[in-house]
Design a protein around this ligand. Structure first.
Ligand SMILES: Nc1nc2c(ncn2[C@@H]2O[C@H](COP(=O)(O)OP(=O)(O)O)[C@@H](O)[C@H]2O)c(=O)[nH]1
Ligand SMILES: [Mg+2]
Ligand SMILES: [Zn+2]
Length: 364
């Protein structure tokens, strides 16, 4: 085997998004004898992982090791995992390193969450100016991003479809409602805004594209890649296959060193454990709420409620208020399973302990 210059190795793995955060956890968990790799695609029951040595098709093995207690314990796109190489094309995943950030959502109708992506720096929340445009939807995605500790940035796409006047009015609405969030207006037809989007993306950082299907996520990423690598809606329709039949959640590496993740079909956004996210998102309401007569005011019917009086006097936007209430309700519902979660965490700790013993037995 060739000697690898540690300096070069270090810069290379950082290009994939690796950092001291992951390295110190790898050491802490005594997993430093394993190579690390990043999950770049998630298939049904398998993953594509990438590191300095190349790409591998990887599977989880060892019942004991990956006796996952919930979907959240499984690797997701963006994760750093420890692997062992089976051969030049295949690898075995032994464990997931602790996540720095996470984007997750609730399954519709089920009390379970789905991890969309992990170890993300910025979430681009995309809507298109046509049928998809909805300010409340932005707010829902912000809650998801904020809850995961991720900075959201608005992308409004397909601006070629509307007049300058319509665009100006949307710009005013967005500025008024989300004065603290950055936004970019784009078109993959006229290339407007693409330069601004590019300057947002820096080397070694990971960006997740979120939004309903059809808004142009894949088209935008193709533009960033400089070639049509990802199938967009039209193309897959022409092949006669289902719209999302061939798309997986996948990570792409840009020439400027940025790392982007495309997401297939996001039909709806649900809430996860976002109570913290909601509060930071609606600071305006939180500040008012501090002055409510009752500390446990729900801001729905209580006398002496500052939120309601601001709403009546017109100082608080009605759309913002109703969105706040519905988000809060969803989050509260989700909170009910906290106890269950604690139990799960306890079991997970035990599972890690067993896994380590197993590793030792196998001479790692
Ligand atoms: N007019 C217009 N159409 C676009 C733009 N960006 C994407 N589209 C079209 O919108 C459709 C959906 O795009 P796609 O990238 O597959 O959306 P995704 O589902 O979010 O990945 C395709 O037909 C694209 O050609 C744009 O900026 N302007
Ligand atoms: Mg797509
Ligand atoms: Zn109140």
């Amino acid at each position: 085997m060739n000697e690898i210059n540690p300096e070069i190795t270090k810069t290379k793995i950082e290009d994939l998004g690796y950092s001291d955060f992951f390295e110190s956890n790898r050491k802490k968990l005594k997993l430093h004898s394993f190579p690390v790799a990043r999950i770049v695609v998630e298939y049904r029951g398998a993953y594509k992982v990438k590191n300095m040595s190349g790409e591998y098709l990887a599977k989880i093995t060892g019942k004991q090791m990956f006796n996952a207690l919930s979907r959240e314990d499984y690797p997701a796109v963006g994760d750093w995992v420890v692997i062992s190489e089976a051969d030049r094309e295949r690898a075995v995943i032994h464990g997931v390193l602790p996540r720095r950030t996470i984007i997750k959502r609730k399954y519709s109708g089920r009390n379970e969450t789905q991890i969309i992506a992990t170890n993300i720096d910025v979430a681009f929340i995309i809507e298109s100016v046509d049928r998809d445009y909805n300010l409340n939807r932005f707010e829902r995605y912000f809650a998801i991003a904020n809850a995961g500790g991720i900075k959201p940035v608005i992308i409004l796409n397909k601006i070629d479809l509307i007049s300058k006047e319509e665009l100006d009015s949307k710009l005013t609405q967005i500025k008024e409602r989300f004065n603290k969030v950055d936004f970019i207006f784009t078109s993959t037809i006229t290339d407007e805004g693409l330069e601004k989007l590019r300057t947002y993306i820096t080397k070694g950082k990971t960006y997740c594209f979120l939004g309903s299907s059809g808004v142009g996520k894949s088209s935008l990423i193709n533009k960033l890649l400089g070639q049509n690598i990802i199938k967009t809606e039209d193309v897959s329709l022409r092949t006669g296959r289902g719209k999302h039949a061939t798309t997986n959640r996948e990570m792409y590496f840009l020439e400027n060193g940025g790392i982007v993740i495309d997401n297939p079909g996001m039909r709806e956004v649900g809430m996860t454990d976002t109570s913290v996210g909601i509060d930071s998102l609606f600071d305006e309401i939180t500040i008012l709420a501090k002055k409510c007569r009752y500390a446990d005011c729900t801001h729905i019917h209580e006398p002496g409620c500052e939120v309601l009086s601001a709403l009546e006097s017109g100082n608080l936007d009605a759309g913002k208020y109703s969105n706040y209430i519905s988000l809060k309700k969803e989050a509260e519902y989700y909170e009910m399973t906290k106890q269950e979660k604690r139990e799960k965490d306890r079991k997970f700790g035990k599972f890690i302990k067993n896994a380590k013993e197993e590793l030792k037995r196998h001479g790692y």
